[in-house]
Design a protein around this ligand. Structure first.
Ligand SMILES: Nc1nc2c(ncn2[C@@H]2O[C@H](COP(=O)(O)OP(=O)(O)OP(=O)(O)O)[C@@H](O)[C@H]2O)c(=O)[nH]1
Length: 331
């Protein structure tokens, strides 16, 4: 269990997003589990504690109880189709007399959620060097800080990382990534604001190939996600990268903000249709009761969650482990 603790290792820091790596303090695996539990507290309140109160003192699983359960699952942001599927499974189990006690429902739902969250995903980073990750998502989801946290995580594993500032629409975005590069002591490939994002990405891949980099993280623009031109721009970046390095990008990760709930589902639909996303990074799971959206995303799109953001510190980005997540949520 909790294999991600080993992968995170002792050198993982707990630096504030605004602090330098020197200020990083060590955090133990026990702290990590404790932190995950603590950060999921609002989602746990809205989902698990409400289920506990619903089942308490109830003698049988009837339609009234299932209706109330449906409301809890929907309010916890699991989404309509996921909720309906879980309820249908429960009804079938009840009709086959495999489920009869309300208190058994919690364990049943926990297992169903775990099954939904368990998605096959190739190892990251893969064998190919450089492993290129195109990071996409709308503005404000925490894309740039996620890239910094990810770079910090990979660097702490002894990997050579290169950052590419392909959000050329905002000068501030380029500066933000450069600042992170300085703090983490990592190279950043950039052009002037307004430059062609594909050209920056192309240069980034070329530099990574020359320098023997293990992982390239490409930051992209997130504005105007409802307009065709941003998607066209991202598609072009994808094409250009593939021309320079066949097979790249090896991953396209969509960064989503858990606090927007069901809107994250709409964003996934848009980006996935245009780009064939390979994985999700869900940020800001701390402090939100809408964490159930993680289940809806996995269920509706079959996409693996690769990392989760549970706070603003450098080591608050954790590789996603469905088993650990469900235990932390339900315990
Ligand atoms: N609480 C919490 N805050 C986070 C998390 N991830 C990112 N943030 C915060 O979200 C805010 C926005 O992050 P940025 O990376 O600056 O995002 P942005 O520049 O607004 O937009 P993009 O980079 O385009 O996404 C920052 O204050 C981050 O510290 C998280 O997991 N939990």
């Amino acid at each position: 269990m909790f294999k991600w603790f080993k992968r995170l290792g002792k050198e993982e820091g707990a630096a504030e997003v605004n602090s330098s790596p020197k200020e990083i303090e060590a955090s133990s695996p026990v702290n990590l589990l404790g932190r995950l539990k603590e950060r999921l507290s609002k989602t746990r309140e809205g989902l698990v504690r409400r289920m506990d109160s619903l089942f308490l003192g109830r003698k049988e699983i009837d339609e009234d109880l299932l209706e109330e359960l449906e409301e809890i699952l929907i309010t916890a942001d699991l989404g309509v189709s996921t909720t309906e599927e879980i309820l249908e499974d429960i009804r079938q189990q009840v009709s086959r007399k495999e489920l009869s006690q309300p208190e058994a429902l919690k364990g049943f739902i926990k297992e169903r959620i775990k099954e939904i969250l368990l998605k096959e995903a190739p190892p990251f980073p893969g064998q190919t060097k450089p492993h290129v990750v195109l990071v996409v998502g709308v503005n404000g989801v925490g894309k740039t800080t996620t890239i910094a946290k990810l770079a910090h995580y990979l660097k702490s594993q002894g990997l050579k990382v290169l950052l590419v500032a392909a959000d050329t629409f905002r000068a501030a975005a380029i500066e933000q990534l450069e600042t992170w590069g300085e703090r983490l002591d990592l190279p950043v490939i950039r052009h002037q604001p307004g430059a062609d994002p594909s050209a920056v990405a192309y240069d980034g891949i070329e530099a990574a190939m020359k320098r023997g980099v293990d992982v390239v993280l490409i930051d992209t623009a997130g504005r105007l996600h409802t307009k065709v031109n941003l998607m066209e721009e991202l598609k072009k970046i994808k094409r250009v990268i593939g021309k320079r390095l066949p097979g790249a990008p090896h991953d396209i990760w969509l960064v989503l903000d858990a606090t927007v709930g069901q809107n994250a589902i709409n964003q996934t639909k848009l980006f996935h249709e245009a780009l064939e996303v390979t994985g999700i990074v869900l940020t800001k799971l701390d402090g939100t009761a809408k964490g159930g959206v993680i289940v809806g995303i996995c269920h509706d799109f079959g996409l693996p969650i690769r990392f989760i953001g549970v706070g603003e510190k450098m080591d608050d980005l954790q590789p996603f482990d469905p088993q650990a997540f469900v235990e932390a949520l339900f315990d």
